[in-house]
Design a protein around this ligand. Structure first.
Ligand SMILES: *[C@@H]1O[C@H](CO)[C@@H](O)[C@H](O)[C@H]1NC(C)=O
Ligand SMILES: *[C@@H]1O[C@H](CO)[C@@H](O)[C@H](O)[C@H]1NC(C)=O
Ligand SMILES: *[C@@H]1O[C@H](CO)[C@@H](O)[C@H](O)[C@H]1NC(C)=O
Ligand SMILES: *[C@@H]1O[C@H](CO)[C@@H](O)[C@H](O)[C@H]1NC(C)=O
Ligand SMILES: *[C@@H]1O[C@H](CO)[C@@H](O)[C@H](O)[C@H]1NC(C)=O
Ligand SMILES: *[C@@H]1O[C@H](CO)[C@@H](O)[C@H](O)[C@H]1NC(C)=O
Length: 590
């Protein structure tokens, strides 16, 4: 996940007001800064000039024509008491709302033409709201009135070519939302920080061992006591009460999708080993791997994250078809102008790919993201009837990202995008059973960018009231609160390279919650009802009583003890953990 929530500096500084304009519209006189950073973003360091002859895979996000209507529609079709509940949009209907206006498209074409760009070389997203073109860096520098440099990530050592500021003709500011790659720093590999291997010497005979002792769960169900520290699909089935539910809608098109990223490959042999050990009835079941833009699935490089995701989504949802998307990530080298330009924003490729199909899985769990603009793409997924889960992050109230990037280095709790996008369901982590507790790394807090959505209007203020003036000034109380929900996130038994590892992180929580949602989608679809789509308006209203409220734990960070889990919604476990049987009863009435 991208750890790049920094404070945005003003976007309207006049860059230059001199010079003779070659065109009244696009001359230098009219340029204004579109976006800039005061400092090199956290964890990145300047390395040197951009390589000569560097080529850029430029992405231009145009202003979407009827975005407001898309979002209004999203909320209506996701609101269980609205007449339009469940009336998801088709691909064509959604695209009609995000398509840019004629005026916008024309303005961008005029600008590109002014700079000598061959308009026939441009590739468009299905709705025409993203343009993609390959250009020499020098030309991009002229167009954006900027200089690019090479920056290196202090931990991953990834290098990227970026700028700290770029400008556009003032007349284009309202037509262009964002241009990549420019000021967005981020490394797909950052996401690896949202899971960790706690014990890679776990042995199959010990991990499955349960001496038969059970404890009572919150609904009176029996849970093996071993689940307190060693999590298997059977533990999650018992704890969240999906045990005994047989999916019925596999032949009616219900599917679950897992988004993969750079160098994270699903290993087929490991999946079978996992089933043999932890879900014997699923032996022989497979996962369908879909390559997005040439993404690979190298069987000699089993990925912890990819295996964790698929072993647990399929371990919970079998026989529901599981689909793994493999998208190439940022290329590690940047000094080569001969090979195709590095893929700077693979998440956009993945979202566009999924949105470009009429049919898509009803449930997604995703492990990476990017800038705030991608949030609108999640709104499209939701409006088309998909539920999108994201791990909330593993930094407590903030790890390593506590200082603002506006030059003042003020301490602030900064939850990470995309969990902060109001159109996804962000999933925090718990551990232990009887009782389940919020775990210290479970990231939570309040978005600096996104205001509190209407669906949180009842649930979040009681938490803030209880908090009083504690941490005043350290977070944005008017921001979108995360996480929305939580699920187990420690001690997951995962097979990687033939060995069992014990893995933790909100990366484990998201596929777990998604697996349960996929089963609920199965339940809905098998009753001839539409899929659940965007979940939050449901979860925060009639859905709230179906959760087990988690009231223990806190998430330290930024030199503080963080937030406490409390009764009702809180900024470490959200509304709590799911109870499938409660949800089934509730959905049966909708
Ligand atoms: C089973 O294991 C639990 C936890 O390790 C322990 O407390 C309990 O005494 C054991 N029960 C038996 C019958 O061995
Ligand atoms: C779970 O493990 C914790 C830490 O070891 C322990 O304090 C707690 O009693 C255990 N709970 C159960 C139900 O065994
Ligand atoms: C799963 O699918 C992959 C790719 O098609 C294939 O190589 C593998 O043998 C399959 N595994 C099983 C158990 O069918
Ligand atoms: C350029 O890339 C090559 C591999 O393509 C690598 O061996 C070399 O060290 C790189 N040079 C620099 C300056 O990064
Ligand atoms: C910001 O402040 C923190 C601690 O208060 C310090 O560790 C860090 O180096 C500072 N960062 C910058 C860029 O000054
Ligand atoms: C969390 O709970 C502890 C113990 O009750 C309390 O001392 C502390 O003030 C609480 N912190 C916050 C941020 O609410």
């Amino acid at each position: 996940m991208w750890k790049r929530i920094f404070v945005v500096v003003c976007t309207s500084t006049i860059l230059s007001s001199f010079g003779t304009a070659a065109s009244p519209l696009y001359g230098r006189a009219d340029l204004a800064v579109k976006h800039e950073w005061a400092l090199v973003p956290h964890k990145w360091e300047w390395q040197g000039p951009a390589p000569a002859n560097h080529h850029v895979d430029l992405r231009i996000g145009l202003k979407q024509g009827k975005l407001d209507e898309l979002i209004a529609t999203l909320y209506e079709v996701s609101d269980p008491i609205h007449a339009r509940y469940g009336q998801h949009l088709t691909k064509t209907q959604a695209e009609a709302l995000v398509a840019p206006t004629e005026e916008t498209t024309q303005a961008i074409h005029d600008w590109l033409d002014f700079h000598g760009v061959d308009l026939s070389s441009i590739a468009y997203s299905p709705a025409g709201d993203w343009l993609s073109l390959q250009l020499p860096l020098a030309q991009v520098e002229t167009m954006l009135s900027t200089k690019y440099h090479t920056y290196r990530h202090l931990e991953t050592k990834d290098t990227v070519v970026r700028t700290l500021s770029y400008s556009l003709p003032r007349a284009l500011h309202d037509h262009i939302d964002v241009i990549h790659p420019t000021t967005m720093f981020g490394s797909m590999r950052d996401f690896r920080a949202t899971f960790h291997v706690t014990d890679d010497s776990a042995r199959s005979d010990t991990v499955v061992a349960s001496n038969g002792t059970t404890v009572k769960g919150p609904a009176g169900q029996d849970i093996p006591v071993s689940c307190n520290t060693t999590v298997t699909p059977a533990c999650l089935q018992a704890l969240y009460r999906t045990e005994g539910y047989v999916p019925k809608a596999a032949n009616k098109g219900n599917r679950i999708g897992i988004a993969g990223y750079l160098e994270q490959f699903v290993n087929f042999a490991d999946l079978q080993t996992f089933f043999t050990m932890f879900r014997p009835d699923a032996v022989g079941a497979n996962v369908t791997v879909i390559s997005v833009d040439g993404g690979l699935n190298d069987q000699t490089m089993p990925g912890d994250e990819a295996n964790l995701d698929t072993q647990y989504t399929e371990g919970l949802t079998f026989p529901t078809p599981n689909v793994y998307y493999t998208t190439p990530g940022t290329a590690p080298t940047i000094n080569d102008s001969v090979t195709p330009p590095q893929r700077d924003e693979p998440y956009i490729d993945w979202l566009q790919f999924v949105l470009s199909h009429d049919d898509m899985p009803q449930t997604f769990t995703t492990s990476y993201g990017g800038d705030e603009r991608a949030c609108n793409l999640f709104a499209q997924l939701g409006a088309r009837g998909a539920s999108v889960m994201f791990s909330s992050g593993d930094g407590g109230v903030g790890a390593g990202t506590c200082g603002t990037n506006d030059g003042t280095n003020r301490t602030i709790f900064q939850p990470v995008f995309p969990a902060t996008c109001p159109f996804v369901t962000s999933v925090g982590a718990t551990f232990h059973i009887a009782p389940e507790r919020g775990i210290d790394f479970s990231q939570g807090g309040f978005s600096v960018y996104f205001p509190r959505p209407l669906y949180q209007e009842a649930a979040v203020p009681p938490f803030l009231n209880r908090l009083g003036s504690t941490y005043a000034g350290l977070f944005n109380p008017a921001g979108r609160g995360v996480p929305d929900v939580s699920a187990q996130g420690e001690g997951f038994q995962v097979v990687v390279g033939g060995r069992v590892e014990s893995v933790g992180g909100t990366s484990a929580s998201s596929p777990t919650f998604a697996g349960i949602i996929s089963l609920l989608n199965d339940f809905r679809i098998s009753q001839g009802k539409p899929s659940l789509g965007f979940l939050n308006p449901l979860l925060y209203s009639v859905g709230a009583p179906a959760f087990t409220d988690i009231t223990l734990g806190n998430n330290p960070g930024c030199g503080t003890p963080g937030f406490n889990a409390t009764e009702g919604w809180d900024a470490i476990t959200g509304l709590g953990t799911p109870d499938f049987v409660n949800f089934q009863e509730l959905l049966g009435r909708l």
